[in-house]
Design a protein. Sequence first.
Length: 95
Amino acid sequence: MHMPHAMHMHAYATLQACDMCMVDKPPRAKHCYDCGRCVRRMDHHCWWLGNCVGQRTHRRFLFFLGAQSVLLWWTCGAAVCGVVSAAHGVRVGQG
């Protein structure tokens, strides 16, 4: 008969039932009232992604933040170039 490791036994012993989902949730899991489910290692609910940022979605959330940062810097750069060219009297597309 195989005996589980003591650490695994401790993890099984700390499972608590979620009052909303009525399922056993692992440690560090939280219930999201927006999604209506328990999420492992929940950070927060992201309205822009439409789901919770948790154990499986950290990478996607960081990619989203990176893409938004690139888009923001590109837009600011284009705006500055437009203002500078307008101040010098240069029309865009006519050199």
